[in-house]
Design a protein around this ligand. Structure first.
Ligand code: CA
Length: 220
């Protein structure tokens, strides 16, 4: 899952970026409204974390433009405590949820999971498909009822595939969900993680669609 973090406060931005990495999200962090617009027009994100008070262009303007241009990712706005009017305006402009500064990181992560779940069309926090379950909150993965131990990248890759069961996800798309801008991507990294996941999940669960990408599929 790849998140755009829009935050001009260096201290808050650093702690949120670090926290999101710890939760296995790929993160791109921009510090003003113009950079946010540029990022949103060049990259597909799974979620946007948008501070409203920004240099160069206000967060609300970024949001309005993003929605007008068809941007569909869930947007979580961050506002000051006394800014009720901004929150109302933000929600009416297409934001999906809001948090008030200062906020607790655990609450932020829980809201992100809830928004990602809804945007994938699920109500149940646990994703289940063909005998495999994955819980983004507890990070527990089971196969035929037995818990599996996955590395954080393996988990992130499986999560990306299981959010769209049966759909082919391209290698480039998977790389985008695993790595932010400032992270080096090894050329065969997706293949390596797929190989390790197949060892743990059985060779049939993740199918390679030659020249297109990968999908999780029911056996047979
Ligand atoms: Ca700010």
């Amino acid at each position: 899952m790849r998140i755009l973090l829009v935050e001009d406060d260096a201290m808050i931005g650093e702690s949120v970026e670090e926290g999101l990495h710890g939760e296995n999200y790929a993160v791109d962090w921009v510090r003003d409204g113009r950079a946010a617009e540029l990022a949103l027009s060049n990259q597909v994100y799974d979620l946007v974390l948008l501070d409203l008070g920004l240099p160069k262009k206000q967060g609300i303007e970024v949001l309005i433009t993003y929605r007008k241009q068809g941007g569909a990712a869930p947007v979580l706005i961050i506002t000051a405590r006394d800014a009720t009017a901004d929150r109302v305006r933000g929600l009416d402009a297409g934001a999906d949820d809001y948090l008030i500064k200062p906020y607790n990181l655990d609450e932020l992560f829980a809201r992100i999971r809830a928004l990602l779940r809804r945007s994938a069309g699920r109500a149940n926090p646990e994703i289940a498909f063909a005998g495999v379950t994955l819980n983004p909150a507890t990070r527990v993965v089971t196969c035929q009822g037995s818990p599996l131990h996955l590395s954080s990248r393996e988990f992130a890759l499986l999560h990306a595939l299981m959010e769209a069961p049966g759909e082919v996800v391209s290698k480039a798309n998977l790389e985008e969900k695993l790595y932010g801008w400032n992270e080096e991507v090894e050329s065969n990294t997706v293949e390596v993680y797929i190989h390790m996941l197949r060892k743990k999940l059985g060779s049939e669960f993740i199918k390679n669609v030659r020249g297109v990408g990968y999908k999780v599929a029911a056996a047979g």
